[in-house]
Design a protein around this ligand. Structure first.
Ligand SMILES: Nc1ncnc2c1ncn2[C@@H]1O[C@H](COP(=O)(O)OP(=O)(O)OP(=O)(O)O)[C@@H](O)[C@H]1O
Ligand SMILES: O=C(O)C1=C[C@@H](O)[C@@H](O)[C@H](O)C1
Ligand SMILES: [Mg+2]
Length: 178
C-alpha cells in the first residue's frame, strides 16, 4: 500500500510547534492527498477549544477524548494525519501506531518556544516559565516520539517548505525500495 498516493496513512507526531499542522497540511497538498488534524477534529466534535476542555474537565478527560478520536482517525483516515503533541503519551495509541508510517518532526527548545509563543493558546505551555515547561516536556517525550517513529526529520532552522521537500523525498525513496 502506497503512502505517497494517499492509499496509506502518514501520521505526524512531535512536540508543540514542531509543525505537525503546518507541515502536515503542506505535505498533503504536495502529495495531493487528504489532511486531517486530531486537535481540529476534537475541537469540532466537542464544539469547544482544547483550552476550554482542559479548563473545564482537566487533562485526563482531554486525553481520554483524544485517545478515542485518534482510534477512529487511525482506522478511517487515509492521507496525512497530524496528532496532538501529547497523543503519544497514551500506550493504546502507541500500540495502534505500530501499523503506520509515523513521522517525528523534531524541534529544539529555543525554536519550539519561539514558534509556540507566536501562535494559538496551548494550555500545557501557559505557565509562568514556558522555556522550563517546554524543556521538561521535550526531555520526557523525546524517547516516546522516537519509539513510535518510522522516520525523524529535524525542523530546526528550516522553513515548513524545506521540511516538506525533505519528507516527500524520504517517503518516495522508501517506497521505491519496498
Ligand atoms: N519549520 C518551521 N519553520 C518555521 N516556523 C514553523 C515551522 N513549522 C511550523 N512553524 C510555525 O510554528 C507555529 C506552530 O506550528 P504548528 O501549529 O504547525 O505546530 P504543531 O506541531 O501543530 O503544534 P501543536 O502540537 O500545538 O498542534 C506556526 O506559527 C507555524 O507557522
Ligand atoms: O503537547 C501536548 O500535550 C498538547 C499539544 C496540542 O497539540 C494539544 O493536543 C494539547 O494542547 C496538548
Ligand atoms: Mg497542531
Amino acid at each position: 500500500m502506497s503512502d505517497v498516493t494517499g492509499e496509506g496513512l502518514i501520521v505526524v507526531v512531535g512536540p508543540p510547534g514542531s509543525g505537525k499542522t503546518t507541515v502536515g497540511r503542506q505535505l498533503a497538498e504536495h502529495l495531493g492527498v487528504e489532511f486531517h488534524d486530531a486537535d481540529a477534529d476534537i475541537e469540532r466534535e466537542q464544539n469547544r477549544t482544547i483550552s476550554d476542555i482542559f479548563a473545564a474537565d482537566g487533562e485526563a478527560a482531554f486525553r481520554a477524548i483524544e485517545e478515542e478520536t485518534i482510534e477512529r482517525g487511525l482506522r478511517d483516515y487515509a492521507g496525512v494525519y497530524a496528532l496532538g503533541g501529547g497523543a503519544v503519551l497514551s500506550e493504546r495509541t502507541r500500540t495502534r501506531l505500530a501499523d503506520h508510517t509515523v513521522v517525528f518532526l523534531n524541534v529544539g527548545m529555543a525554536e519550539g518556544v519561539r514558534r509556540t509563543g507566536l501562535s494559538s493558546a496551548r494550555p500545557l505551555l501557559a505557565g509562568v516559565n514556558p522555556r522550563a515547561t517546554y524543556k521538561a516536556l521535550l526531555d520526557a517525550r523525546l524517547p516516546i516520539y522516537r519509539s513510535v517513529a518510522t522516520m525523524e526529520i529535524d525542523t530546526n532552522g528550516r522553513t515548513p517548505g524545506d521540511v516538506v521537500t525533505e519528507l516527500a523525498a524520504v517517503l518516495a525513496a522508501r517506497e521505491a525500495t519496498q
